[in-house]
Design a protein around this ligand. Structure first.
Ligand code: SAM
Ligand code: SF4
Length: 465
């Protein structure tokens, strides 16, 4: 069966795009500036740009586009690993079945509650739950864990959006997740290159079925899950090929469902315990190429969120965020049970090594200092602003009207309830500056938001528009 990833075509596009003409590149940049999604031929040309001056123009425009569409806010979430049992043998992953150096653990519901309480005490409102692929982690189990997360609340602390990263399912199973209140379902294709996919996922494994995975999010959307997240694990094959794979995947969903993916993730491969693949790998993506790929994705799919994870270290995150990233995790721990044990690293229980293990407060303080508004907003999904409806709003600029105020309101909650003194000081200043900006364009909106901020200062919570 043929699918929508045509390897030969992607290779040809990249070949033909070599040594692009600067005037052609500038035409493509002009199209991107008008916030239109790019065609694969156009993205291929951007991918082949080597000229430092043109590259600088790409970086500049990516930053401008991000500001124009999403403003200066950054959405925060945390990953929560539920269990590391796995029936597959993905060569690059510490959880692979044949890795005997890993302790196999699954959180009990009581342990899960403790993890959630720890995260809530830090100030988190959005989680992504992560699972190995195993019969123990079927849809019913995943629903049970989602329910525990939603039902575990402390004073001023609750999780308002649960996203899932788990093995692809069938439509009936996705419907169960929908009924339990899933936010986004996320599947990374790992590599879009068919041959490399086969080499890295041994025959006979469930994961060896490229197409079951490739169409995994089609089934999620058929089941009614509006927000889906795609991704490639950068460093398994040529990164330029993967960017085009992500673009073709977005176009496929757009054509079939009227709306592309809600988010694209750009994980880069990290070392993992007893996993020699990392050392012997020849496709590692340099920091400069990583910046380039993020910027080009921003230009290619302007209305799709871009997720940068704590796999990357603090310095790289600082450089890459301005190029178009919309969501990051912080204060992350990926060892199973690591949050409540207050342990940054649990090598025998984690999938790979994280690059940024700073606390949530530290990351928030740094970003706020740079003028970004940290957001814990989950209003969009709770108000039904998802999928096609979300895209329509995004394209008419209305998201700015909802998202910035909601970012300020949830940031204010964070400052009141969880921030260190230093972060609170920086944050309050940032809120005042943003209110002034809103007031310049729309004094009534400024007053409206200020009123809500005062209510939060007086103890009201979970106010959103
Ligand atoms: N087991 C499910 C699956 O494979 O679809 C759920 C996701 S898995 C726990 C989460 C993601 O981690 C994978 O999709 C893969 O992209 C990423 N991953 C695996 N090994 C990694 C490594 N060594 N470094 C960075 N990311 C890795
Ligand atoms: Fe299992 Fe997922 Fe790791 Fe593959 S990437 S070994 S399926 S946990």
């Amino acid at each position: 069966m043929k699918d929508f990833i045509d390897d030969a075509k992607i290779q040809t596009l990249l070949e033909e795009a070599r040594d692009p003409d600067p005037s052609e590149i500038r035409e493509i940049l002009a199209k991107a500036r008008s916030k239109k999604r790019l065609e694969p031929e156009e993205t291929a040309k951007l991918l082949q740009v080597e000229d430092p001056e043109l590259l600088e123009e790409i970086f500049q425009l990516a930053g401008e586009l991000k500001k124009a569409i999403y403003g200066n806010r950054i959405v925060f979430f945390a990953p929560l690993y539920i269990g590391n049992k796995c029936i597959n043998n993905c060569l690059y992953c510490g959880f692979r079945n044949s890795n005997n150096a890993i302790d196999r653990v699954t959180l009990s519901m009581e342990e899960l509650e403790r993890e959630v309480i720890t995260l809530e005490k830090e100030g988190h409102k959005r989680l992504i739950l992560v699972y190995g692929e195993h019969p123990d982690y079927d849809a019913d189990f995943i629903c049970k864990t989602m329910e525990v997360v939603y039902n575990t609340k402390i004073e001023n602390g609750e999780i308002r959006r649960v996203n899932i990263n788990a093995a692809p399912m069938d439509v009936e199973d996705y419907k169960k997740l929908l009924d339990t209140g899933i936010g986004t379902f996320q599947i990374f294709q790992e590599t879009y290159h068919h041959k490399t996919y086969s080499l890295l996922h041994p025959a006979g494994d469930r994961k060896a079925d490229y197409q079951w995975r490739l169409y995994g999010l089609d089934r999620a959307m058929e089941a009614g899950i509006d927000d889906v997240g795609i991704g490639a694990l950068f460093g398994l094959y040529d990164w330029k090929f993967e960017v085009l794979g992500l673009l073709y995947h977005s176009i496929h969903l757009e054509e079939r469902f009227g709306v592309g993916p809600h988010t694209i993730s750009v994980p880069r491969i990290e070392p993992a315990l007893n996993t020699p693949f990392y050392r012997n790998n020849k496709y590692h993506v340099s920091d400069q190429d990583f910046k380039k790929l993020v910027a080009i994705l921003r230009l290619s799919v302007p209305y799709t969120g871009l997720i940068l994870t704590a796999r990357e270290n603090a310095e790289i995150r600082k450089e890459v965020i301005p190029l178009g990233v919309t969501q990051i995790d912080a204060g992350s721990r990926i060892g199973i049970g690591a949050y409540s044990k207050s342990q940054a690293l649990l090598p025998e229980k984690e999938q790979f090594q994280l690059g940024d293990i700073r606390s949530l407060d530290e990351v928030i303080g740094e970003l706020a200092e740079q003028g970004y508004v940290p957001s814990f907003c989950t209003a969009g999904y709770r108000c039904g602003r998802t999928g096609e409806y979300f895209m329509k709003l995004a394209k008419t600029g209305l998201v700015q009207n909802y998202c910035l105020p909601n970012a300020l309101l949830t940031f204010k909650e964070y400052l009141e309830d969880f921030a260190s003194e230093k972060t609170r000081e920086i944050g309050e200043r940032l809120i005042r500056e943003n209110l002034e900006e809103i007031g310049k364009k729309d004094p009534a909106r400024r007053n409206f938001v200020e009123e809500k901020l005062q209510l939060i200062a007086q103890g009201a919570r979970d106010i959103y528009i």
